[in-house]
Design a protein around this ligand. Structure first.
Ligand code: DC
Length: 229
């Protein structure tokens, strides 16, 4: 079974998707990390971030995998390095390149094939897994998202203001919703979950109930089949 969680930056998708997958005992796919990994390799190789065909060549040849919450590219652990500010900025043009998105879509489908998966990103329900049994668009108001991010940044000892976070968040939202291919949107048939005022447990309770209600029925056994006349 596939569960997709899409939504804007700061809506709490990653921590929610990771915990949901842990509780279900399913695989967790962080597709933002995959775009970040392509950007990291491209930067290390000196590939210009507007050279779409070279970016796509990176996307189709690297091997990405997740293990115990860590991200590996060609077997090297890059969990922290993909999240630096510089790599976050480099990821934007990479994620906007249609050829890279095509390659990522293929890789994501291969990774999910035959597995129970919680996948998280911007386009998972709309483009990559439109047939998923459960599609969720997880969001929260811009102010709430910015407040959550501010608390995280301050906890890491970074000096930022709510205004700075709101402004960069607005830029990211605009970029994510206006890209040519794979623009962020609520997929057809997706549930909308606005998490304003909800704590993590409340969000997980809603998601777990939705998962239960969508689980495919087990195949009928001979004993449970009505007698044939
Ligand atoms: O979720 P995140 O911040 O780690 O995402 C990193 C970047 O990748 C961000 O610019 C949005 C983009 N992204 C995307 O375009 N499509 C996805 N499915 C996931 C992330």
């Amino acid at each position: 079974m596939i569960v997709t969680l899409d939504g804007p930056a700061g809506a709490g998708k990653s921590s929610t998707a990771r915990e949901l997958a842990r509780r279900l005992g399913w695989c967790y796919m962080d597709t933002g990390a995959m775009y970040r990994a392509v950007a990291l390799v491209a930067t290390r190789r000196g590939i210009p971030l507007d050279d779409e065909s070279q970016l796509a060549a990176v996307a189709t040849t690297i091997e990405i995998h997740f293990e115990h919450g860590k991200v590996f590219v060609d077997r090297e652990e890059v969990t922290a390095e993909i999240r630096t500010e510089a790599n976050t900025a480099a990821t934007r043009p990479v994620a906007n390149a249609p050829l890279v998105r095509g390659a990522m879509k293929q890789m994501q489908r291969q990774m999910a094939a035959g597995r129970d998966v919680v996948t998280e990103g911007r386009d998972q329900g709309s483009e990559v897994f439109p047939q998923a049994e459960l599609k969720v668009f997880l969001t929260a108001s811009p102010e709430e998202r910015a407040r959550r991010r501010l608390a995280e940044e301050l906890a890491k000892g970074r000096q930022v203001t709510l205004e700075e976070i709101l402004s960069s968040q607005q830029d990211r939202d605009h970029g994510d919703t206006h890209r040519e291919v794979g623009a962020m949107r609520q997929a057809d048939g997706a549930e909308l979950l606005d998490t304003d005022g909800m704590d993590r447990e409340a969000v997980l309770a809603v998601l777990l109930a939705w998962v239960d209600s969508r689980r495919p029925a087990p195949p009928a056994t001979a004993a449970s089949r009505p007698p044939q006349s």
